[in-house]
Design a protein around this ligand. Structure first.
Ligand SMILES: NC(=O)c1ccc[n+]([C@@H]2O[C@H](COP(=O)([O-])OP(=O)(O)OC[C@H]3O[C@@H](n4cnc5c(N)ncnc54)[C@H](OP(=O)(O)O)[C@@H]3O)[C@@H](O)[C@H]2O)c1
Length: 276
């Protein structure tokens, strides 16, 4: 179908929400899934599901056949940049007309950390592809508190991040998806890069207070804990959060979607079942 929108990372935190919001807007969506056994929910939503391996250009090219617009996201893996570059190469061959690429806040900074440099390499491939594009650079996700901390919040009344007292302008993935879905279905965003944050920067100590109040239990933030994978890159990210470099608030979500970004308080209410 000529106006099909392809979404990569479709079963992941961002991709699945992008698909929900695109379908709500009436778009025709093709979901690129890595593990097909996770695709049931996407089929139920009304998405066409195709298998794709971002390590394999031919596989991406096949998945993009007949696609007009595409959302590109790499999983957090050491060859994140290569997967993004593969996507661009395949999109060119397949004749894709527009790419929205998700990276991370600070990717274009001259002082970018390793993760940012990986993202920037993929962004540059998009920028130089000749295909019209939009870049979105989100800050850390509120959903990390479900995906990476929900279990210990439930079982130990505690969560562990090495962020000190640093504040972060966390963003709800539903706001990222609202921006991506808007940009993919409206014109006027070509060639732009949007920094996506929530409307306030808060610390993990403040988050512990919100979660304590909403769950009715004392939830503690413990300033420690070493992530198991890609340790060095993630520890660099933790260091910049600790130093206060993740606090800036961007107006982009309100400008693009017309709505205030979701607050952490609202996020925690909506996801309360994961903390109780
Ligand atoms: N978390 C944050 O706070 C944050 C903030 C800013 C930017 N980011 C960026 O956001 C991205 C991660 O997004 P996310 O949280 O939505 O990811 P996620 O939930 O981990 O999902 C990643 C998706 O990619 C798929 N995938 C993995 N390997 C693949 C492959 N070789 N080919 C095709 N698909 C593959 C996964 O499928 P399977 O599960 O089936 O393998 C899954 O659907 C990263 O680039 C990260 O740097 C994250």
């Amino acid at each position: 179908m000529a106006n099909t929108i392809f979404v990569s990372g479709a079963t992941g935190t961002v991709g699945s929400e992008v698909i929900k919001q695109l379908i709500k807007k009436g778009a025709s969506v093709r979901a690129g899934v890595h593990s097909e056994q996770k695709a049931g929910i996407l089929k139920k939503l009304g998405a066409e599901v195709v298998a794709v391996d971002l390590n394999n250009i031919k596989s991406i090219q096949t998945a993009l056949t007949g696609v007009e617009k595409a959302f590109s996201l790499s999983p957090l893996v050491p060859n994140l940049a290569e997967l993004g570059v593969n996507f661009v190469k395949a999109a060119k061959i397949a004749g894709v007309k527009y790419i929205v690429r998700a990276s991370g806040l600070g990717a274009d900074s001259p002082q970018a950390i390793t993760l940012g440099k990986w993202h920037r390499e993929a962004e540059k491939a998009v920028e130089t592809s000749g295909i019209p594009y939009t870049l979105v650079r989100p800050n850390s996700f509120m959903q990390n508190y479900v995906n990476f901390a929900g279990y210990t919040i439930k079982t130990q009344n505690a969560f562990y991040f090495p962020h000190g007292n640093g504040t972060i302008s966390l963003i709800d993935v539903r706001d990222i998806a609202a921006v991506v879905a808007t940009v993919l279905t409206e014109s006027g965003h070509e060639g732009k890069a949007y920094e996506l944050t929530g409307s306030e920067a808060i610390s993990n100590y403040q988050i512990a207070k919100i979660l304590s109040r909403l769950t009715g239990r004392a939830i503690n933030y413990v300033d420690m804990g070493t992530p198991e994978s890609i340790v060095e890159a993630l520890m660099e990210l933790a260091a910049i959060i600790k130093a206060g470099y993740a606090s800036a608030v961007s107006p982009a979500v309100k400008q693009i979607t017309g709505k205030q970004p979701i607050s952490f308080e609202q996020f925690a209410k909506d996801y309360l079942q994961f903390f109780k």
